[in-house]
Design a protein around this ligand. Structure first.
Ligand SMILES: Cc1cc2nc3c(=O)[nH]c(=O)nc-3n(C[C@H](O)[C@H](O)[C@H](O)COP(=O)(O)OP(=O)(O)OC[C@H]3O[C@@H](n4cnc5c(N)ncnc54)[C@H](O)[C@@H]3O)c2cc1C
Length: 425
């Protein structure tokens, strides 16, 4: 769609990924006039795991992911163990668990591509009359007497235009140039992740079990904080990837593409993977655990990866992109209804209520996982004790039961309480 030289809307959303489109859908349902600009440089072909929380958030928006994507019923946690005969490590003990069920995410997960998910979100947004400006780059904010009032955008043919808006939602992903222009800042010593992935043809593509490999090592055989994964797609291929956390001492010198090659090599025969990838390997960085802020200004809010909404324990961020998009849509909608920008200041508080304590626990745990002696012990327990693996999955997915819960909840609450004594971690 062509943008006129200047438009006036209720809300401009910078970035039409999962977070931006979730917010757009919520606002359009409230009858608001919403424009989404996206320069379309997302990680489109990447195969992703949609956790039960992502499935629940998509359902709330009106999309049944389990109908469209390959269903995943179980998660296998496999350990990688040191073996002089295999420089990348050998396959060690392994446990398989069903998704831990919880009221807010009662169904299973699934595997699909980001492109296909975004296509479903865009179709929904179009039905709701959201204006999608494809190929448009939000170049800089329009600042009027100190208040952000939309953005200057550049069209695919290089023409510039102004999209003026009462409120602006920043959803431009992990690099978030637009967020930085508004003064957001990432805590430099808090964890970030780098992910790298590709699809490989395999006759096992119909498996209903995703596999997570912990204990992946660097070239010296030292365990790295992070994991490898195998996600069957149901469409001839298995998505293979690595998630590297910055808390490992060797983070800066590890080449994610080489690590991916090693994980593929290690698991190729078990998963019957073709030696050559079926898609071009691609990756990116994912800021984690609320490490970016502030999440709101007088007339704007920051959502999804732009606000480091991804889980610091897993690096997964589709569920939190949708959840923060929905929260922001509600808050901005209320601010418009009340004709009061002050309402926007509720958004950072809502984010903190939902993720704050858990994310602090996650950041501290991720630091501990950067210590090889701690991670070796943990990985051994994960691979050999099914109840431990199931508990870890419950904690890692933030599938904690309300009330007293069980052992995982007790461990989480104790660790969280201890974290109170560690400021700014
Ligand atoms: C290799 C890899 C694999 C991953 N696998 C998983 C997984 O299996 N499961 C999971 O839950 N998460 C996964 N993630 C994380 C997940 O992709 C992100 O957390 C999620 O996409 C965040 O959504 P978002 O909408 O905040 O940002 P994004 O998905 O990054 O979307 C941002 C959008 O903003 C647009 N944009 C950026 N700047 C501008 C601008 N100036 N003007 C206009 N448009 C702009 C981009 O084109 C993009 O479409 C993975 C990440 C990577 C890198």
């Amino acid at each position: 769609m062509t943008a006129p030289a200047a438009t006036d809307v209720d809300v401009l959303i910078v970035g039409g990924g999962p977070a931006g489109l979730a917010a757009a859908t919520e606002l359009a349902r409230r009858g608001r006039d919403v424009t989404v600009v996206d320069r379309l440089d997302g990680l489109d072909d990447t195969t992703m795991l949609f956790t039960p929380r992502a499935v629940a958030a998509a359902r709330r928006l009106g999309i049944d992911l389990l109908e469209f994507f390959h269903p995943i019923d179980r998660v296998r946690l496999t350990t990688s163990v040191a073996d002089p005969a295999h420089p990348g490590g050998a396959v060690g003990p392994s446990t398989s668990s069903a998704w831990p069920r919880v009221r807010v995410a009662p169904e299973g997960g699934c595997v699909g591509t980001r492109a296909s998910f975004v296509a479903h979100l865009r179709a929904l947004a179009e039905v709701l009359d959201v204006t999608l400006l494809d190929g448009y780059d939000a170049v800089e904010p329009i600042v009027d007497r100190g208040f952000v009032r939309g953005a200057c955008v550049r069209s695919p043919d290089g023409a510039t235009a102004e999209v003026r808006a009462t409120f602006t939602i920043v959803a431009d992903g992990g690099n978030s140039n637009f967020g930085r222009l508004l003064g957001t800042y990432r805590q430099p010593d808090w964890p970030i992740a780098v992910a790298h992935a590709a699809d490989y043809r395999s006759p096992l593509h119909l498996a209903a079990e995703a596999e997570i490999v912990v204990g992946v090592t660097d070239r010296a055989g030292t365990p790295i904080a992070g994991y490898g994964w195998m996600y069957p797609t149901g469409a001839d291929t298995v998505g293979v990837g690595v998630m590297l956390m910055s808390t490992s001492a060797s983070f800066a010198v590890i080449n994610p593409a080489h690590l991916l090659d090693r994980v593929v090599e290690q698991h190729a025969s078990r998963w019957q993977l073709d030696p050559e990838p079926a898609t071009t390997p691609a990756g990116g960085r994912i800021p984690l655990g609320s490490s970016v802020g502030p999440l709101a200004g007088p007339t704007y809010v920051i959502i999804g990866d732009a606000g480091a909404a991804a889980n610091p324990l897993t690096g997964l961020g589709i569920d939190t992109a949708l959840e923060t998009g929905i929260m922001a849509g509600d808050v901005v909608g209320e601010a418009l209804d009340a004709e009061s920008a002050a309402v926007l200041q509720q958004y950072p508080k809502l984010v903190d209520d939902r993720y704050g304590a858990y994310y602090k626990f996650g950041r501290l745990t991720e630091r501990a996982l950067g210590q090889p002696s701690f991670s070796r012990r943990l990985h051994h327990a994960l691979g050999s004790r099914p109840s431990f693996a199931e508990g870890a999955l419950r904690v890692g997915l933030q599938h904690l039961r309300a009330g007293r819960g069980g052992v995982p909840e007790l461990i989480y609450r104790s660790a969280r309480a201890a974290g109170v004594f560690v400021p700014d971690a």
